[in-house]
Write a protein that binds this ligand. Structure first.
Ligand code: UDP
Ligand code: MG
Length: 316
């Protein structure tokens, strides 16, 4: 008996692409079922992340027409990562493996075959890694690659050029369910799960229709979320910076004392004012970063639910 595959697709205002996405995913699943690679019980699970357009109505319609499609409707917009987690956790006790994928068809649907094959060969997590970013705008490519580099430098280990297109086995999903953090950054958490992993290369296309739900502002806060939720390296860096500034100030002090013994007048006030400003700036910066972590700790201690499900569509 072949294993059950769930394809989890978070959707936020995706009415423009949803019908096409559904059609392609249905074809893919049916082909895999026909080849007996996956069970007949496999499903496409759409997660409606509090969309304001007709996304949920389309999902309900799809479910009515074909039991292959099921859906989860979140109580409100919780963002991509939380929506994805809601879908994965819903799939966890229904499937043997789950693949997460964006709704806009940027992730190559045909990479699913290779992922399932690697799963059959014993992989618990298979990362979809984009082979090139030719189709992205220069700005998106540049910011995204800079983002990966910065993340790794700051101690948040992620898989290079991997977004959230990946296969996760049931066992790895159970592992994922044991991470209770509220500041969710799945790309950083999944590598922490471990087990046997593999990668599949694919070419990432352009958004099929509609516009990006990740404007620059969201991207920046996503980067901030990633760094602060995964690593405490910024704190170490501040300690290092403080030490360095201290050394410099000692050197300047020694230098001015030598000048003083040589009978020079006191150095100009400009340098004093400058250092006051420099130190003030550093202190503020440090306070800011520390505050960032305190803020996160505060949120974690609240232990708020990361999502609430209003309704789950499934056949009985
Ligand atoms: N998304 C979501 N909630 C949000 C924002 C986005 O569920 O608040 C979904 C969106 O529907 C899509 C995926 O996350 O399936 C990736 O978003 P998008 O394609 O707009 O991001 P980009 O590819 O431009 O980075
Ligand atoms: Mg996209």
């Amino acid at each position: 008996m072949a294993d059950i595959l769930y394809i989890v697709v978070p959707c936020y205002n995706e009415e423009a692409v949803l019908p096409e996405t559904a059609r392609r995913l249905r074809d893919k699943l049916e082909a895999l079922m026909a080849a007996d690679k996956i069970s007949e019980k496999s499903r496409v699970l759409f997660v409606n992340d509090g969309s304001r357009d007709s996304t949920w109505r389309i999902i309900q319609q799809l479910h009515r027409e074909n039991p292959l499609f099921s859906g989860v409707d979140l109580s409100r917009n919780r963002g991509h990562q939380n929506a994805l987690l809601a879908g994965l956790m819903t799939a966890a006790d229904r499937c043997d493996m789950a693949i997460s994928m964006d709704a806009d068809l940027q992730d190559d649907v045909d990479a699913v075959d290779a992922m399932v094959e690697q799963y059959e060969n014993g992989c618990d997590i298979v990362y979809g890694v984009r082979s090139s970013r030719q189709k992205d705008t220069f700005f998106k490519r540049f910011t995204a690659e800079a983002f990966y580099r910065l993340m790794n430098r700051l101690g948040a280990e992620t898989v290079f050029n991997h977004a959230d297109y990946r296969l996760v086995s049931r066992q790895a999903l159970e592992g994922l369910s044991q991470f209770h953090e509220v500041n969710l950054f799945l790309r950083g958490i999944v590598p922490m799960i471990g087990y046997r992993t593999g990668t599949v290369e694919y070419e990432r296309g352009q958004r099929f229709a509609g516009e990006s739900k990740y404007p620059l502002k969201k991207m920046l806060s996503f980067a901030m979320e990633g760094i602060t939720s995964l690593s405490v390296k910024p704190l170490h860096m501040i300690t290092g910076l403080g030490f360095l500034v201290f050394l410099v100030s000692v050197a300047v002090l020694i230098y001015s004392m030598i000048r003083w013994t040589m009978g020079d007048t006191i150095l100009g006030w400009v340098s004093v004012i400058c250092s006051v400003w420099a130190i003030g700036g550093l202190i503020l910066l440090s306070l800011g970063v520390i505050g960032e972590y305190i803020g996160k700790t505060y949120l974690e201690t609240k232990g708020r639910p990361r999502f609430l499900i209003r309704e789950v569509l499934e056949d009985r």
